[in-house]
Design a protein. Structure first.
Length: 202
């Protein structure tokens, strides 16, 4: 179990004391209490500093509106680049981690690489591009850093984007003996249906 630094504990305690009258501690879980403190304190996440040109108002609002806690947490981790990609594991000093991409076995496995650049996933990206273009009736749509890494998209696109990102994440931890692209396409539609069902979208 990782121990939180004393300074971090002190900062959280100070924030809680400062804002305790503004938060109903009985009605929300600890993670949401922490999020609420950050909102009240006008805290900027690291990702907001890195991509300072992006307006995060709708991004955070759309994520909060997701009904499934698991899907909400997953997308939150995507936006913060907190998924356990091999590159992230290596930077966090995990032992016995070889940072090369699970799929192409040639480039470092970063989230950016997996979602936008891996050559082995090129046909899957084309499939998703074509699917979303039809879905929103926009031939100019292209997967990019803003829409699939930051979820800077309209909320109606969340089911498809979640399914795209989650399918790659999911398959990279499965010993897949079938055709990769066929498996990803099938997994995409299954995950999209699950998102729609969990969020009562018809």
């Amino acid at each position: 179990m990782k121990v939180i630094e004393t300074s971090a504990i002190s900062k959280l305690r100070a924030l809680l004391i400062n804002h305790k009258n503004k938060i109903d501690l009985q009605s929300i879980n600890p993670k949401n209490i922490y999020k609420k403190i950050l909102e009240i304190d006008n805290h900027k996440h690291k990702i907001e500093i890195k991509f300072s040109y992006v307006d995060y108002t709708d991004i955070w609002s759309n994520i909060r509106n997701i009904k499934s806690n698991y899907q909400q947490d997953f997308i939150y981790r995507v936006v913060h680049n907190a998924l356990p990609t091999k590159d992230n594991q290596k930077r966090r000093n995990y032992s016995n981690v070889f940072p090369i991409c699970f799929f192409c076995n040639s480039e470092n496995e970063t989230l950016n690489h997996l979602l936008l650049h891996c050559k082995k996933l090129r046909l899957f990206r084309k499939y998703i591009n074509d699917f979303i273009r039809i879905e929103i009736n926009d031939e100019t749509f292209v997967l990019n850093e803003l829409n699939c890494l930051l979820f800077n998209i309209p909320q109606e696109l969340f089911p498809s984007m979640y399914a795209y990102v989650y399918s790659i994440y999911q398959i990279s931890y499965v010993n897949n003996s079938g055709g990769l692209i066929h498996t990803l396409n099938t997994t995409f539609h299954r995950n999209r249906d699950i998102y729609l069902d969990k969020n009562n979208i018809t």
